[in-house]
Design a protein around this ligand. Structure first.
Ligand code: SAM
Length: 251
């Protein structure tokens, strides 16, 4: 549940759109009743101070967006009584972001912004120069959920298990474009050559790709080196520039 209005006083709804959006895992159909986990109830009742009767919007990444009425189920729990569908589930272009993990808090920022920009899969890729740290996928997933709730998206990108670059390339299908963000070569600007979805983008670590990795990437069928402009961007900036350029190319 989005925290952007945390601790706001109760207020009357000013339009018919629910003020709060909530990601749930349950199937959404008319008359479904959902009892969210205790921490979600706490947030709805005590942090956001939503009153019983408040209409919230629910989504689960499959069934579209649904209106549900908040009811009390005991002192500390809520029940969400699903009423009607507000939006159909859109078909999203498959947009995979492969990125070398970076340190907190910048990885959090990357996940939040990539969610807002429509990435459907987030794949941590371990390269020679990746400053390996313990990845916490559940934490990244929580960030992605909150970002999806906040930006009115109806799905949450999948956080995939980390994979070594060699393994990623070995299993890569020849017919699936992988846009390799390459700051040192003479690659064309991503915005000028972006193919339509489904596709993936690959951004390296702060130290860049090792020369042998760059060579392996350039030799692989399906890999398309692309530039993000003349400056060397930080890894998280590069990821978001790549996603934005692809969107800007009208894809
Ligand atoms: N180690 C490199 C250096 O010092 O020259 C910089 C690496 S950069 C901080 C991290 C990653 O962002 C790169 O591996 C690349 O994938 C991507 N990147 C940054 N700037 C880029 C650009 N102008 N064009 C394409 N990719 C870029």
């Amino acid at each position: 549940m989005s925290d952007h209005h945390a601790k706001a006083p109760p207020e009357a709804a000013t339009d018919s759109r629910p003020r709060r959006r909530l990601f749930v895992t349950e199937t959404l159909v008319e008359r479904a009743e959902i009892i969210p986990p205790r921490e979600v109830s706490h947030r709805l009742l005590s942090v956001l101070r939503l009153p019983p009767g408040e209409v919230v919007a629910l989504f689960n990444g499959r069934d579209g967006e649904w209106a549900a009425v908040l009811e009390l189920a005991g002192k500390r729990d809520v029940r969400l009584a699903v009423s009607h569908r507000l939006k159909r589930q859109p078909v999203e272009p498959e947009l995979q972001l492969c990125f070398a993990p970076i340190k907190q808090p910048r990885i959090d920022w990357l996940v939040e912004k990539a969610t807002e920009l429509g990435a459907t899969r987030l794949t941590p890729v371990i390269t020679r120069r990746t400053q390996m740290q313990k990845l916490r996928p559940e934490r990244l997933e929580a960030i992605a959920i909150e970002a999806a709730e906040q930006c009115e998206r109806l799905s949450v990108p999948r956080i995939e298990p980390a994979v070594a670059l060699e393994r990623l390339l070995a299993a890569w299908p020849d017919d699936r474009p992988l846009l390799f963000c390459d700051e040192r070569g003479e690659a064309p600007l991503l915005a000028l050559v972006a193919p339509p979805a489904p596709l993936a983008m690959l951004v390296g670590p702060e130290g860049g790709f090792a020369p042998e990795e760059t060579a392996a990437l350039r030799a692989r069928a399906g890999v398309l080196p692309v530039s993000l402009g003349p400056r060397i961007l930080r890894a998280e900036t590069a990821a978001l520039a790549a996603l934005s350029m692809w969107l800007g190319a009208g894809r």
